[in-house]
Design a binder for this molecule. Structure first.
Ligand SMILES: O=C[C@H](O)COP(=O)(O)O
Length: 475
């Protein structure tokens, strides 16, 4: 935990949001939006129609169309993210975050109610930026020597992370401290944008998640310390500290909850582990000394698409018609059983005692909702998982697909017997759910850790090259 204590001082000084919350957050979109980075945003009232692209800075394009076209192509029917929440009680969240966080404003206006981030999502966005940033720095060196109008044009474009990173490195921060400073700034700014939702729902929604270092996924105490530190330095009521649901971190979750810190438990792949996560939440609430539990909340992030990816491979190995026919069904079936467990555990005498102290249910959050097999419908991990008191966090692809042709209906518990049938048919074919969960967890932890490690290596190189170039050339 050396890195945490080492980082505490400088990160605690990270600045608060540089902008105030916009009135656009509080109302339906009006005739048009004007955001500096969005190249095209339009909206009609009363039939909301939003389309926007992220473009000019050369980063990953984001195109979101919020049309009033229903699943059958009929115009005028309103199937929006707002309806998903208002009619079905499911909160649509956005599974991505990068600068400028004001890019979230149109999404919030279209009904997005929270954000999740993880080391790999941030990693890719950030790496793209750093490559771009490096090109700019080289450009600046060339520009210093002469006549490069193309470079001058490039230089006049803004570069979101570059300046803060340069300042951090040149003022003596190591790259890991610098990384956390960058992350904390984004999370704080995003929290500010979602604060109106958090306030309107009395702390029930409007959260932004940030994950502890993935290097700590097998470290119980290290995770507790990291969660305490992140919670303190972000210093926003609507931040979720993400903790992985590894066996080692189950006790961390209990302890962190008992301290009154809200948690997004991530990387859940099996029903058995999900039950341990719920118990850790309940244990934590019971162990808390707080008389009012209403501000300690949690979501349990159950991953879906990755389950199908792995089980489909196993079914293909089995190769019988029955096995092949079960492809693409495991993840949704398991999710339906998870929801059944959620309903059971958040009812009854034990739960009622906590309710009297203001406790809120730990909502199920569907993560990993983008379809990996292009043969499957692109709303496969959204449409069948709609139900009250749940969250669906969607990356661009899933979000756009749902807005474009998703189906608004309570589905999560509409065919429980079918889900149970699929779950046990898979078992009979030799699929070991516990093994599947373990394998996915190991892969998930490893991949987040690898992303994080590579990012730090890459940042180290950028930091070293910054120190080699005279600051005067970079002015
Ligand atoms: O943070 C978790 C993401 O939802 C993971 O999604 P993915 O399985 O598509 O990588």
């Amino acid at each position: 935990m050396a890195s945490i204590s080492k980082l505490g001082g400088s990160a605690a000084a990270a600045t608060a949001s540089s902008f105030s919350s916009s009135s656009a957050l509080r109302s339906e979109p009006k005739l048009s939006f004007h955001f500096p980075r969005a190249s095209s945003i339009t909206s009609r009232v009363p039939a909301i129609s939003i389309s926007f692209r992220r473009g000019r800075d050369g980063r990953t394009p984001l195109t979101v169309k919020c049309s009033q076209v229903d699943g059958n192509g009929a115009q005028g029917k309103r199937t929006t993210l707002h309806d998903l929440y208002a009619q079905e009680g499911q909160s649509p969240w956005y599974d991505n975050l990068c600068r400028p966080v004001t890019d979230l404003l149109p999404l919030i206006a279209s009904g997005v109610r929270g954000v999740t981030s993880n080391p790999s999502v941030r990693f890719w966005s950030y790496l793209c930026l750093m490559v771009f940033s490096n090109a700019l720095n080289i450009a600046k060196v060339f520009a210093h020597f002469g006549d490069n109008s193309i470079f001058q044009k490039a230089i006049s474009s803004s570069n979101a992370y570059d300046e803060q990173f340069r300042q951090l490195i040149l003022s003596g921060n190591d790259v890991e401290s610098a990384y956390w400073e960058l992350v904390i700034k984004d999370i704080q700014d995003a929290c500010k944008l979602f604060e109106p939702i958090y306030d309107e729902t009395d702390g029930g929604d409007g959260y932004v998640s940030v994950e502890v270092s993935p290097r700590l996924a097998r470290d119980t105490e290290g995770t507790v310390e990291a969660a305490k530190w992140l919670h303190k330095v972000v210093d926003r009521p609507n931040v979720y500290i993400k903790i992985p649901a590894t066996a080692e971190c189950i006790p961390s979750i209990k302890e962190v909850i008992s301290l009154g810190i809200s948690v997004n438990v991530t990387l859940i792949f099996s029903i058995a582990r999900y039950e341990a996560v719920i118990d850790a939440y309940l244990d934590g609430l019971e162990a808390s000394g707080l008389s009012d539990l209403s501000r300690v909340t949690s979501v349990a992030s159950f991953f879906v698409s990755r389950v199908d990816t792995l089980i489909d491979k196993l079914l293909e190995k089995i190769g019988t018609p029955e096995a092949l026919n079960l492809r693409g069904k495991a993840a949704v079936a398991q999710a339906a059983l998870a929801y059944k467990l959620y309903q059971k555990k958040f009812s009854g005498p034990r739960w009622e005692v906590l309710v009297k102290k203001g406790a809120k249910k730990q909502r199920l959050l569907w993560a990993s909702t983008s379809v990996k097999n292009p043969a499957y419908p692109d709303t496969l991990y959204v449409d069948p998982l709609i139900g009250p008191d749940t969250v669906s966090t969607m990356p661009d692809q899933a979000l756009q697909a749902f807005i474009d042709h998703g189906t608004l209906a309570r589905t999560i518990d509409s065919n429980l017997s079918e889900a149970e049938g699929i779950y046990s048919a898979l078992e009979k074919l030799g699929i070991d759910w516990s093994e599947v969960g373990t394998k996915l967890e190991v892969e998930g932890v490893d991949s987040f850790k690898k992303s994080f490690d590579s990012l730090l290596v890459s940042l180290q190189e950028k930091g070293d090259s910054l120190k080699l170039v005279s600051p005067a050339l970079l002015e």
